[in-house]
Design a protein around this ligand. Structure first.
Ligand code: FAD
Length: 281
């Protein structure tokens, strides 16, 4: 099923993101994760593509296939383009089609120093290729602006361009400040972006994890989160519990505010997703 149809059927869908196993590990090693996530009845599960240069891009299609064909959950394959030729992309699309995958999150990917772009400079170059092949296409968006963006308005202009080129839905970068998200949403809607925008939420599990993430993506840390990080710094177990609870409260606020849907970065830890989904019941 296309994600665009899921949005028509489900109100405020909850979806998960997972990543393929690292190194030589086979996708079989995440079977238990998918199995546990299945019991939470997600609207869909998205699978990252060689995120952070981890070199696991071929496993994305394999894992998407497992999610869709073995577990009967709709899957979304992330696909980056900055380091690929058009032929590489077409080969990947052929593989995804052969596995019955209908949905792709179209991404530029991070620019790696020393590597030159081939046929794609931005996700906007990739979207038409995917639409032309009949896929339902998602795009990334950044409530507080992409780390390299000149201004939030500029970023939203490119978001509008993504929709004009055929993007069917958007998944947001993680953020902790719901007010910032709703301000971004208002600006995007004013500019004419009409497609569903799912809010991306990543629970805090440790101080080092969150420090790494905010440097990578530029999300701001509200003072109540900084206070929690300091308070529970030497107590990792409690910090994780409080981090998941904080994410649950953030999601409740987003749902009350009328968000289109919530995308939970599960970090392949199903207990995180379970605590949140149970807490929302
Ligand atoms: P773009 O849309 O190209 O945007 C990048 C910057 O360029 C922005 O500042 C934008 O305003 C600007 N821009 C956009 N279009 C144009 C244009 N036509 N002309 C000029 N400027 C333009 N990375 C991975 O490697 N693997 C993953 O699986 C992955 N999953 C992600 C999932 C989500 C939900 C998000 C939010 C990010 C994900 N990323 C992933 C990270 C992503 O690859 C990086 O943030 C990357 O730097 C930008 O990708 P993009 O598709 O947003 O790029």
């Amino acid at each position: 099923m296309k994600i665009s149809d899921i949005y028509k059927q489900k109100k405020q869908p909850k979806s998960f993101e997972i990543f393929p196993p690292k190194g030589d590990l086979s996708v079989e090693t995440v079977k238990d994760t998918v199995n546990q996530l299945q019991s939470l009845n997600p609207a869909f599960i998205s699978v990252t593509y060689s995120a952070g240069g981890s070199g696991n891009s071929l496993k994305t299609s394999e894992l998407c296939s497992m999610i869709k064909n073995d577990y009967k959950i709709e899957s979304v394959a992330h696909l980056t383009c900055i380091n690929s030729t058009k032929q590489d992309v077409l080969n990947m699309l052929k593989t995804l089609k052969s596995e019955n995958i209908e949905n792709i999150l179209a991404l530029r990917g991070d620019v790696i120093e020393g590597c030159t772009a081939h046929d794609f400079k931005h996700a906007t170059d990739l979207i038409p290729v995917l639409k032309n092949e009949g896929f339902c296409v998602g795009g990334a968006c950044y409530p507080e602006g992409h780390v390299t963006c000149e201004s939030i308005e500029n970023d939203i202009e490119h978001l509008y361009e993504k929709e004009s080129l055929g993007a069917d839905f958007f998944l947001s970068q993680l953020f902790f400040d719901n007010d910032a998200f709703f301000k971004f949403l208002e600006k995007a809607r004013k500019r004419g972006v009409t497609k569903p925008i799912e809010a991306g939420v990543m629970p805090i599990l440790s101080k080092s994890q969150i420090t790494r993430m905010i440097f990578m993506c530029g999300a701001s840390l509200p003072s109540h989160i900084i206070r929690l990080l300091n308070k529970y710094e030497s107590n990792p177990e409690d910090l994780e519990k409080v981090g998941i609870y904080t994410a649950l409260e953030q999601i409740k606020g987003l749902l009350e505010g009328g968000v289109d849907g919530v995308h939970i970065y599960t970090m392949n830890k199903p207990h995180i997703a379970k605590t949140i989904i149970d807490g929302l019941k």
